[in-house]
Design a protein around this ligand. Sequence first.
Ligand code: PLP
Length: 426
Amino acid sequence: MESSLDAAPAAVPLLTSGAGGGRHAGAAIDVAHERARTPGATVAHHFNAAGSALPSQSVVQAVVDHLRLEERHGGYEAAHQVADRIEAVYQDAARLVGADPAEIALFDSASTGLRTIVEALRLGAGQRLLVSRSTYVSHALHLMSLGREHDVEVVVVPNSASGAIDLQALDSELAGGGPAIVCVAHIPTSSGLVEPVTEIGALARRHGARYVLDATQSVGQVHLDVAAIGCDAMVTTGRKFLRAPRGTGFAFIGREIAGSLAPTAPDVRGAVWTSARDWELKDSARRFETWEASIAGRIGLGVALGEALALGTGQIETHLVQTAAAVREALVVVPGVTVQDPPSSPSAIITFTVEGLPARRVNELLAQHGLRTVSVPASHAQWDLGARGVDAVVRASLHVYNDETDTAALVEAVAGIADSAEARAV
Ligand SMILES: Cc1ncc(COP(=O)(O)O)c(C=O)c1O
């Protein structure tokens, strides 16, 4: 769909500026300005930041410019010309998450980052992987598969009534077994839940466990400081709340792991082949990187990181959390609609179901109204949706370019679908 959407009456009371409070706080979010520099904002009501957000014009322009440079000079020569800008990506990624640039590694996705780090931890019999119910599908599949191969127990820690990981249960698990690795998604794919990541970090430290945080849905959405959280490593992606190009991502790999653990597959990017039978690894997180990468994508990632830093993660978080809360409040009173987010959900991801209609169908109908949402099936979140007995949810995830026109259109369309003959026929 390529049509512009006219303003609809605002049904949801929305705040267009945050109240501040983030440690990187900039000016209040100016939604009109964000929309003006985001061409996709007027093409549809885009509520899929948790899938892949709309990039700004500057991000896209930077990618295109670099591809043009490659066209004229060749990929390696073009990369040489932008070496300083690529170094700046490490600096800005580190600044955004409170790390040192030597602790940043660039990857093509969060999953590649997580896989590389967990495999470097070299699981062995007797070890235990303690995971949250919020664990992402690909990570769960990878961890279960490692568990089978290495005789490592994968323990899914139960949730408390808030819907977040039960800290007491985690404490008991950590106290009860052998060496453990804790793996948690800060914000999952399947709901607006925000896990208590700092409390988890304190428990992991107290029991001497390693702590790998999946911050794929949180970097760019909420203020995040890896030192305050106390994780050993953290992975994230570019395309979601950071609004960077697809095929980009980065990880924080704390000094201790970065300096002592070896990647299972050393690569010419992170290692020097020093003699016929020997090699040396770089003394930084870059030892985990691979040579080949989309330099254009990384240039775009750099621009997106700069934009997030300029807005301020505290301001973005305040704005998104307030806006999502207003949408939830509006949806919760619509007859036939159930907001499926657990109580502890101060995030920009909203999940719901409509009585009488499968989530996929609701998603299709929303698309007919120019609304971009997704349906998340239980097969993407067995430890969460599966365990809650929910087949699938509709997920609407917003960003700073969503205005009252968008949110009003969402609530109005969902209400219409819930009240339709199709929904009521069942
Ligand atoms: C919570 C969470 N973790 C990890 C991922 C995987 O990210 P990537 O596709 O960049 O590997 C996703 C993707 O949706 C996610 O939602």
